[in-house]
Design a protein around this ligand. Structure first.
Ligand code: HEC
Length: 113
């Protein structure tokens, strides 16, 4: 197989892998936020407990998944998140993303100028 072909194949396989784990379980995620300590910084409610940490409540699930994968792979750099994410399996990531995405949020935009 040529190098180009094997690279293309690896991309296809990794995309297939993503799809297989895309669902995740919010119920499992509810346990894993404690196991992995996410709650210390992002809260059980997905609202930041630390000035540097973002809110995760109701965030788009595919975005959460790709952010966690990027921290794990090291392409996205943040000392805290790289350390946390390096321990996560694909199914941990799917469950954690499902959990934070499942938190209902409501928003009130500012009044129109
Ligand atoms: C020690 C505090 C800390 C812990 C523990 C922690 N995080 Fe974070 N998290 C942060 C900080 C700080 C950022 C912002 C990093 C940056 O600037 O990229 C962040 C960013 C993120 C983002 C990216 C959000 C975005 O809007 O792009 C996700 C997703 C995330 N964390 C999920 C988790 C999950 C899931 C866990 C548990 C496995 C976890 N974090 C544990 C501090 C923490």
């Amino acid at each position: 197989m040529s190098k180009m072909k094997s690279v293309a194949m690896a991309v296809v396989l990794s995309l297939t892998g993503t799809a297989a784990h895309a669902d995740g379980s919010a119920a499992n995620g509810a346990q894993k936020i404690k196991t992995f300590g996410c709650i210390a910084c992002h809260g059980r409610d997905g609202i930041s407990k630390l000035p540097e940490a973002p809110n995760l409540a109701g965030q788009v699930q595919t975005y959460l998944t790709s952010a966690l994968r990027a921290y794990r792979a090291g392409g996205r750099k943040n000392e805290m998140m790289n350390t946390v994410a390096e321990k996560l399996t694909d199914s941990d990531i799917a469950d954690l993303a499902a959990y934070y995405a499942s938190i209902a949020v409501s928003v009130t935009p500012p009044p129109k100028p």
